[in-house]
Design a protein around this ligand. Structure first.
Ligand code: GLA
Length: 413
């Protein structure tokens, strides 16, 4: 059976069943909230996942990224609590955890047991808010998500940004979305322990319906770019999840920092790989250890590619833009080494199909999803053929979404 997800609904192609994942989530968390806490929730918030079209592994090198918030999100039902204890139910995991400002530093629950890993994200948000002297009052919450976890679609950032909205609602403060994103990144860097850049939290906080977001990760200035109407973004989930990705991610980041340190001997003014042009890099790369040189080359060339993105999309030159996506995948596979056989198969099959402008892995890599830019008129057939081709080569059933760029994190009720 092949399932093709289309916008909010997924179409089961065999029996043409329509299901509405988003529509199911809100009643589910509302019901579970009432059952768990004995009253209906006061509020509901949502925060989307994201897909990135170009500029991969460059946010922490001060480059440009081009993500969009997607129409899959974390939804949270919540109410204020008149106590110190925050109690959360992760509906998808069927687990509960409780913490308070006192237990946050030791990553423990109010009964002194360790905080489960999934609760580090909301607890990290509370930690970052308290560090910033912003109120994070106790709350009861139930949350669930239709962003697949560990798939490169930023399920973690969507959880963080959903809790940011919850605490903003109850804490009587209001921050611009970019400031909320920065606090979420701080939570992930310093509390969860993943040295991520700003892209995921930014996209989840600042998303704009039907638009791509072009962010300069050095100045934090950003603009929207309308996606041409005759083009669809198709996300293909390999369903492969790699473990220990945060360790590999942190290693890539460390290699980039090492490259900057070594290149500073010849280019003393550089602060990040953003400051290194392709010509300078070609002249000096021989001085770097092999692995560091490969990692840095990906970043320098990817920043160059992403600089061209805006003009290409505004000129509706989707063909050239798609080629840059393909080049990006090759570079992530060969230089940055964050692909895997299943992602490479998914990309190869996609690139051979009619209507596909470009295909590449999206997000950190090591498994998860690819992003495909496809002529809208071919999108449905593309999704079917891609699922079939991938399954026949891997024996794995992929999930394919024809996605729509959505708004960023918001309070719904
Ligand atoms: C993860 C990180 C982002 C970014 C991407 C790779 O999603 O959270 O900050 O570095 O990987 O582009």
């Amino acid at each position: 059976m092949i399932a093709v997800y289309h916008d909010l609904c997924f179409v089961n192609l065999r029996d043409n069943l329509l299901q509405l994942p988003k529509m199911e989530i809100i009643p589910r968390i509302t019901k579970l909230f009432s059952e768990t806490f004995g009253a209906a929730p006061a509020h509901i918030a949502r925060a989307p996942g994201r897909v990135n079209l170009l500029g991969e592994h460059v946010d922490y090198n001060n480059g440009f990224v081009l993500p969009a918030a997607i129409d899959r999100a974390t939804y949270i039902a919540f109410s204020p609590m008149n106590s110190h204890q925050t109690t959360l139910v992760a509906a998808d995991l069927n687990q509960q955890a409780s913490f308070s400002p006192r237990t946050i530093p030791s990553k423990t629950q109010t009964d002194s047991s360790p905080l489960p890993d999934w609760a580090h994200y909301p607890a990290g948000v509370m930690w970052a808010l308290l560090e910033a002297n912003l109120a994070a009052p106790a709350l009861n919450a139930v949350y669930a998500s239709n962003v697949p976890r560990g798939s490169g679609l930023s399920s973690s950032a969507s959880v963080e940004m959903a809790f940011m909205i919850a605490w903003q609602t109850l804490g009587s403060w209001k921050l611009p979305p970019m400031q909320r994103a920065l606090l979420g990144q701080k939570a992930e860097n310093q509390y969860v322990g993943v040295n991520c850049g700003i892209m995921d939290q930014f996209a989840s906080a600042c998303g704009v319906e039907n638009n791509l977001l072009l962010l300069d990760c050095r100045s934090l200035e950003w603009k929207t770019i309308l996606l041409p109407e005759d083009v669809a973004i198709v996300i293909a989930d390999t369903t492969v999840r790699r473990k220990l990705t945060s360790g590999e991610y942190n290693k890539r980041r460390a290699a980039c920092e090492e490259a900057v340190r070594l290149l500073q001997q010849d280019l003393p003014d550089i602060k990040s790989l953003r400051n290194v042009g392709v010509d300078d890099f070609n002249r000096l790369s021989g001085k770097l250890p092999d692995e560091v040189s490969k990692r840095a080359r990906h970043v320098v060339e990817e920043i160059e590619r992403s600089k061209q993105a805006k003009a290409l999309l505004e000129a509706e030159n989707v063909n050239r833009f798609g080629e840059l996506m393909n080049e990006c995948h090759n570079s992530l596979r060969d230089l940055y080494e964050v692909s895997c056989p299943e992602l490479d198969i998914m990309v190869r099959v996609a690139q051979s199909l009619e209507g596909c402008y470009g295909a590449r892995l999206t997000g950190a890599g090591f498994g998860g999803c690819t992003v495909n830019l496809v002529a809208r008129e071919n999108a449905e057939e593309f999704a079917r053929a891609l699922a079939k081709g991938y399954e026949s080569e891997t024996d794995l059933k992929p999930e394919i979404y024809i996605t729509r760029a959505s708004n960023g994190a918001e309070l719904l009720i």
